[in-house]
Write a protein that binds this ligand. Structure first.
Ligand code: ATP
Length: 407
């Protein structure tokens, strides 16, 4: 393990709190294990990740349907899916413990038992028929969902890695049974290409074939994409061949209008499931981006995030906050212009310029823009690059173009 890795998790957790990314859940009451609250910048990073996933796997495709199913579902669903009987982890003394959160719905004697969903997938399966009736898709097609999942993990740990409440991005991709191997390979490539696009350190990603005895009850083949976390090589995402297990259990089928022999054959499609944890993705991205270098004998920390993922694309500062001319110019002519164009633009006039750069470096802001006295004369500003620290004078009228070219 390198020196940087030694206390990397502590550094990441502390940065997340200090810079408003992620806070311990229920912190002022002593916390609640396995829960976290997302602050302004962490939420922006998380939303960027989710949006890039949605764009690649839903908006840019013709064969994918989005869904946002209810978290509370009829308990019969969890019986049919096998979760009531089998979604358990062994406790320390070897007793099996079902990790679904039980809850009751309604009042008094009438109350019905239900569960907070432990995976988003079942919401997709039980809407299979609705999706077919509404959109008449041809095989292969997929249904995609991003949403919360809950597991009463026996030992939540490692910050965002193992929580009791977390978010998943899942696709259930429905194929003919004979095609499953082809689409398994296809989704493996798609997942890897998304990981690379968002900026995960691909050198730290490893594929592991899950053995027969370790696979989930519904799967005939699973690959885990593991990541070299500072606490070990652990599952980041999974890709599973769920066969026709779920559709069969829910007694759902599909009418194939073009079978080889012709004429409307009833079939049960098979399912390939790329399943991604949002929170683990954020943690792996923070670990991929976290960088320390040395400038003038001082250690500098920065998040080397791709601009598309960065919570803030650029920060705008007047050199001195007690000079109204600078403040007014920076606000009206620079901040307003960029905010309108890019949205994720910060106003930062706190402390001296050095402190502002350090703060924005830790947030991962690719560009810091400073309005100084020369600006008032020649309408140029200083643009400082996060990674190199290099500074350039850029005309205010060229700023939008300058940033666009670089993101
Ligand atoms: P693990 O073996 O680490 O418990 P799993 O195999 O049970 O994970 P899956 O059921 O395959 O996980 O869930 C799909 C994805 O959801 C995982 O790859 C992971 O990214 C995410 N995930 C699962 N459990 C948690 C958790 N407790 N906290 C955060 N993310 C989770």
């Amino acid at each position: 393990m390198s020196q940087l890795d030694d206390n990397l998790m502590e550094k990441i957790v502390s940065l997340c709190k200090r810079r408003g990314f992620v806070f311990q859940g229920s912190e002022i009451y002593g916390g609640l294990a396995g829960t976290y609250d997302w602050g302004h910048f962490g939420l922006a990073l998380k939303n960027n990740l989710k949006q890039s996933w949605w764009k690649k796997f839903v908006d840019n495709r013709r064969d994918m349907y989005g869904l946002d199913a209810a978290i509370l579902m009829n308990a019969k669903i969890w019986e049919a899916s096998g979760h009531v009987a089998g979604f358990s982890d062994p406790t320390e003394d070897g007793k099996q413990f079902n990790v679904m959160f039980k809850t009751s719905i309604g009042a008094g004697e009438e109350a019905a038992i239900s569960y907070l969903r432990p995976e988003t997938a079942q919401g997709i399966f039980v809407n299979f028929k609705n999706t077919i009736d509404a959109f008449h898709p041809k095989l292969p097609f997929g249904i995609a969902q991003i949403g919360k999942a809950f597991r009463n993990e026996i030992a939540p740990r490692d910050f965002l890695f193992r929580q009791r409440e977390f978010e998943q991005m899942e696709v259930e991709y429905f194929v003919k049974s004979t095609d499953w191997e082809k689409y398994f390979e296809y989704w493996r490539d798609e997942m890897l290409s998304w990981m690379e696009e968002v900026g995960l350190n691909m050198g730290k990603i490893h594929e592991t074939e899950i053995s027969d005895q370790d696979r989930a009850h519904y799967s005939k083949r699973t690959i885990d994409f593991e990541f070299d976390f500072p606490f070990g090589k652990k599952e980041l995402f999974g890709l599973a061949y769920r066969t026709d297990f779920d559709l069969k259990n829910h007694k759902l089928e599909y009418i194939d209008e073009d079978p080889p022999a012709g004429g409307g054959e009833k079939i049960v499609p098979h399912v390939i499931e790329p399943s991604l944890g949002v929170d683990r993705a954020v943690l792996a991205l923070l670990l991929s981006a976290y960088t320390e270098d040395e400038k003038n004998g001082e250690v500098r920390t920065f998040l080397k995030l791709k601009p598309g993922m960065a919570p803030v694309i650029c920060a705008v500062s007047p050199l001195l906050k007690n000079k109204p001319q600078l403040v007014e110019y920076a606000n009206a002519k620079v901040f307003a212009l960029l905010k309108e164009e890019f949205g994720r633009v910060a106003w930062d006039d706190n402390g001296n310029i050095g402190k502002r750069y350090r703060r924005q470096d830790e947030i991962g802001t690719p560009f810091c823009i400073v309005v100084d006295f020369d600006t008032l004369e020649d309408d140029t500003v200083t643009v400082r690059d996060r990674d190199s620290g290099a500074q350039e004078r850029v005309k205010v009228t060229d700023l939008k173009k300058y940033i666009k070219e670089r993101i």
